[in-house]
Design a protein. Structure first.
Ligand code: KE4
Length: 427
């Protein structure tokens, strides 16, 4: 495997003072081997590493960069905001504007609270759901990832699965006891848990499209059945749309699948690449939050003017043409990869919703976490490095989604399809 001396030196330096050399585990190439690449700058659909090597980027900062890197209007908005101060710790007009824009795009959200990450959003939504229902237990789905708050680090996807630790040490047994596990696309597994714990389940958390075990779409009736069973049992339905929000449709998965969750958590795109998260939903639930109500939740940098400016500039660029362009690019890539698989007589599974997709190295259709775990991660790792050698930067894990942005061109896609053929040929 070709190593890059500059990278190796940087990684050794980083590892001596940063655990694992990274500030988020999935970046460390644990799932694919080799040395993580230190990137220096980005523009549009491109990344450049510290040696000046150029890549077509399909990570997009793990989802936020739906307009590509450093889009002109977003950078201008950040610059303008920065000149007026970076953080006041006060109420600001921008926070109203961002909340209004989110509610415009996701009318099922009546009120919104801004936080600083997806993890903070889901952690806070959990506390709120428990307070509103006066119940303690939650249901999550194996392989779903809702950030790293204790209650969710049970059979979690994303980096937790990549590194083989889906249930993290350090999470108290009592916490784990309150987190019940169901199987994605299996409504009976949900009904069984609800039957075993009548009137004890505060909320069901779900990624409406799984994006942290690769991309796993919901089966046709699944989300509707989930809405029905939660309504019947006074359990809140929480859509974790940190990844799907504004990604799979302007109004996220709740628009795409026409389901009204009680609470929604957001992140990534809503900050246009700056640190942000949000959660929102029905007024009667959200008004329990301090200072309107007794449920405490706070944050020094919540509603930060720069993150708000970047988020607003990003959301203001999202219109029907955006999604038409994303769909046509994503479809072009899908058709190209499917043609390659056919030519090479490979039965791998390509799964996609909108501009988030995944190539699973398994012959089995992937409808849940266990299906995803049948993937040949060694073959994926070889493929990954072959694609890297062709100048294509993918998420360094089989258990992640990759993303297309409006900055990708047809030429980029055609180059990626040809790289995909060569990379698959020699795994
Ligand atoms: P953050 O705390 O990383 O902002 O958001 C956590 C989160 C919550 N919910 C969903 C559905 C998510 O996908 C995420 C974060 N996604 C991962 C990528 N699979 C972030 C990348 C990383 O951990 O470095």
């Amino acid at each position: 495997m070709k190593t890059n001396s500059n990278n190796d030196q940087l990684f050794n330096q980083a590892r001596s003072i940063i655990p694992g050399g990274v500030n988020s585990p999935v970046r460390a190439f644990g799932g694919v081997g080799g040395t993580p690449i230190f990137m220096d700058h980005a523009q549009g659909a491109r990344l450049w590493d510290t040696n000046g090597r150029e890549y077509i980027d399909y990570v997009g900062s793990w989802g936020p960069c739906i307009l590509g890197h450093a889009p002109e209007k977003v950078i201008a908005a950040i610059k303008q905001a920065a000149q007026r101060g970076t953080s006041f710790g006060t109420a600001t007009v921008g926070e109203i504007s961002l909340a209004q824009r989110v509610i415009e795009l996701m009318p099922n959200i009546e009120m919104l609270r801004l936080v600083n990450s997806g993890t903070e959003a889901t952690m806070s939504a959990l506390r709120l759901a428990r307070a509103f229902t006066k119940r303690d237990k939650i249901i999550k789905f194996t392989g779903c990832y809702h950030g790293h708050a204790d209650s969710f680090l049970v059979k979690a996807g994303s980096g937790a699965t990549t590194l083989g630790v889906p249930t993290s040490p350090g999470v108290p047994a009592a916490t784990v006891a309150d987190t019940l596990l169901a199987e994605f696309n299996d409504i009976d597994s949900v009904a069984t848990l609800i039957g075993q714990h009548p009137n004890q389940i505060a909320a069901i958390f779900i990624e409406p499209v799984m994006g942290n075990a690769g991309v796993i779409p919901p089966a046709k009736e699944f989300l509707k059945q989930l809405r029905e069973i939660t309504q019947q049992t006074g359990t809140l339905l929480v859509f974790d749309e940190v990844m799907t929000g504004f990604r799979v449709a302007p109004g996220g998965a709740q628009e795409l699948f026409d389901i009204k969750p009680d609470l929604t958590t957001l992140g990534k795109i809503i900050g246009g690449g700056l640190p942000i998260g949000a959660f929102g939903g029905r007024k009667e639930i959200m008004n329990l939050l301090a200072p309107a109500g007794p449920v405490y939740q706070a944050g020094t940098l919540s509603g930060n003017p720069l993150a708000v400016a970047a988020g607003l500039a990003t959301l203001n660029e999202l219109n029907s043409d955006t999604y038409k362009k994303l769909e046509s690019l994503a479809d072009l890539l899908e058709q190209g990869v499917r043609d390659n698989l056919k030519k090479l007589k490979l039965l791998f599974q390509y799964q996609r919703i909108g501009s988030m997709a995944c190539l699973f190295f398994t012959n089995r259709q992937v409808a849940n976490y266990n299906d995803a775990l049948t993937c040949d991660t060694e073959a994926f790792a070889r493929y990954y490095h072959n694609m890297l050698a062709e100048g294509i930067y993918l998420p360094p894990s089989q258990f992640e989604a990759f993303f297309i942005s409006t900055a990708h061109s047809q030429d980029d896609i055609n180059h990626t399809v040809s790289a995909n053929f060569h990379a698959l040929q020699s795994i």
